[in-house]
Design a protein around this ligand. Structure first.
Ligand code: MN
Length: 613
């Protein structure tokens, strides 16, 4: 041992931890206890190590001061020491390095004492500890603080505060968690520094990766900036533990669009260190009853969101509308969302009304870029899902094809998406999946049926179950459709319109089975398909009506249903006409007592519409 006085012996401050200890250096210690295999030496209140008996140099009693060299700091936090004898040396005080650790670096620091600066994204009071969700520039972490069972720890700390948290990193149910020893709000310049760092990093992390589209499409290229914007909002919500509510039209296209996003988001939540209640805790998919965001939907969404904010300390959600959300019928619900400052993004292919845009932070719609409804929500949703999280691509490649056949897309993209999966999911099978989705959703009513839907879409890794289920559902759906059509066909009234189109009308309330599959819209569609077959080459319009509604289908007649609805509303005073949809497929509502006038007006307009060449 070096006998000169320039040997340095280190003395650890009381708050020093493993990070302040270095292998090969000599430290002051105190004998703490004896075992058969050696002696335990305390280095400060927090750290103690073991001198193996082969490395003990002299006899000791408890509390004896001793010099030790650190041989090794093991990954489990154990410290191996060797006793050192040294007569002349200098003491160097070690003060705690106040270094913060990034959340993404915590995996290698299990069992260590760490400091983390971050923003409080969520505060959940359990029957045991209070769980704070921390977000920093690199990730998300749950931090458990305990004062007394069920009592809120650090009540002075709230959502959105920038804090410094310290404690030990533990592994709980495969997830890292901070056992909080101290938690305090940062003040002044520190707040700005940390917030800026987080914001800047979040901006970078939220930026979607550059992935080429699955198919070649000029329209998609034109829509790309807005699609990336939607992806950015969704990624940011995941990284900041903001809840997401995904509302969508309850048909095969809307479901495909929404499930693509669901796959991307839940995988991203898992990759980002899932919430301790699982990846579905912050993500909810909910089919909408109407083909728009109804007041009933926003009321329910707000009710839950506001209660969750109080009960679980959650942020208010990001609302995503898919295959819905772009027409003036959405406005009343969007106004409610705006009062509460909710962010709403829309991905839709219904003919958009400009009025909605003032309520939205992003709006993808093919009509904004010279396209039409043939670019379905399921196509857009799948491409956006790949921007959110490219790792899910393999699972969702077939969803645009299902959406294309489900919505009867005639866009050039239809064939390309079908081509992409012709080996694994040929067109005929896509059609079966689409029908199975519609049929199943009818019985699910307005539940998401998450796992059943995943089975239908072959997302649960059980292809045999997928095949059996789709075949069974298709069988059931086809039988029900056959029965319905058989009952309805004899009651169809046919007439020829001035523009040369055939008009077929059926009272689906009086002459169809009610409250079963297929519902009136689908029934009219099926009847329309058969009439189109029968009157091959002729322009055909089919109206299925009930006491206060009518659903329209057309072929070869250039109608604009949203415009016709607006005109009827203005022309028929007291008709109470509302509705909309696509240009040639849509629905209209009116007052029951005004049915005759409305249907008469509607028929006149259809009779004036130009015929496709
Ligand atoms: Mn659609």
């Amino acid at each position: 041992m070096d006998e000169r006085g320039d040997t340095v012996v280190y003395r650890l401050g009381q708050d020093c931890d493993l990070d302040d200890l270095e292998e090969g250096k000599i430290y002051e210690g105190v004998v703490q206890g004896f075992a058969n295999f050696g002696i335990f030496v305390q280095l400060n209140n927090r750290l103690r190590g073991l001198v193996h008996k082969s490395n003990v140099m002299s006899q000791h009693r408890e509390r004896d001061p001793v010099l030790v060299e650190v041989l090794e700091i093991r990954s489990n936090g154990n410290i191996d020491l060797r006793e050192t004898v040294c007569d002349a040396y200098q003491i160097s005080e070690v003060v705690k390095k106040r270094t913060t650790t990034s959340i993404s670096d915590l995996g290698s620091r299990i069992g260590r004492y760490v400091h983390i600066d971050g923003e409080i994204a969520q505060i959940k009071q359990t029957s045991g500890p209070t769980i704070f969700t921390l977000v920093d520039e690199s990730g998300t972490l749950n931090a458990a603080a305990f004062v007394e069972a069920g009592v809120r720890a650090y009540p002075e700390v709230g959502i959105g505060d920038i804090v410094s948290a310290a404690g030990e990193i533990m592994q709980r149910n495969n997830q890292l968690q901070l056992e909080v020893k101290s938690l305090s709000r940062l003040e002044g310049a520190d707040v700005l520094r940390v917030r800026d760092k987080i914001e800047q990093a979040l901006d970078e992390r939220s930026e979607p990766p550059e992935v080429p589209f699955l198919i070649r499409s000029d329209l998609l290229e034109r829509l790309k900036p807005e699609m990336r914007k939607v992806a950015r909002y969704i990624r940011r919500a995941v990284f900041t533990a903001q809840p997401i509510i995904l509302r969508h039209h309850a048909d095969a296209d809307g479901i495909s669009a929404a499930v693509a996003i669901e796959q991307a988001v839940t995988a991203l939540i898992r990759e980002n260190g899932a919430d301790f209640d699982g990846e579905y805790y912050l993500f909810k998919r909910a089919p909408s009853k109407a083909p728009f965001y109804e007041i009933e939907d926003i009321t329910r969404d707000l009710d839950f969101a506001l209660k969750d904010r109080v009960r679980f300390g959650q942020k208010l959600p990001l609302i995503i509308q898919m295959d819905n959300g772009s027409t003036e019928e959405d406005e009343p619900a969007l106004m409610r969302a705006q009062v509460y400052g909710l962010q709403v993004v829309v991905v839709d292919h219904h003919h958009p009304d400009e009025v909605v845009d003032k309520y939205l932070v992003a709006h993808v719609n093919p009509y904004h870029a010279g396209g039409d409804f043939g670019m379905t929500a399921g196509m857009l949703g799948t491409e956006i899902a790949r921007m959110i999280n490219p790792s899910v691509e393999e699972n969702i490649r077939h969803l645009p094809a299902v959406a294309a056949v489900g919505d009867r897309s005639e866009a050039e993209e239809r064939g390309r998406y079908l081509d992409l999966v012709k080996e694994t999911c040929p067109e005929e099978w896509c059609m079966k999946i689409a029908l199975a989705l519609d049929y199943q959703q009818f019985w699910l009513r307005f539940n998401d049926g998450r796992e059943i839907i995943k089975d239908i879409l072959n997302l649960n890794g059980d292809p045999e179950l997928h095949r059996n289920l789709v075949n069974l559902l298709v069988e059931g759906a086809e039988r029900a459709i056959e029965m319905q059509v058989e009952a309805v066909m004899p009651h169809i009234e046919a007439r020829s319109l001035p523009n040369g189109a055939w008009l077929f009308q059926i009272d689906v309330e009086m002459f169809a089975h009610r409250f079963t599959f297929p519902p009136p819209g689908k029934t009219s569609g099926e009847v329309h398909d058969r009439l189109c077959q029968k009157y091959k080459g002729d322009p055909v319009v089919t109206i299925g009506f009930g006491p206060d509604f009518a659903v329209l289908r057309s072929r070869g007649v250039l109608m604009n249903i949203p415009v016709m609805v607006r005109e009827l509303r203005d022309e028929i005073a007291g008709g109470g006409v509302t509705g909309g949809g696509h240009l040639v497929v849509g629905s209209i509502k009116f007052l029951e007592g005004m049915r005759e006038e409305v249907l008469k007006g509607l028929t006149e307009k259809i009779g004036e519409a130009p015929i496709e060449e």
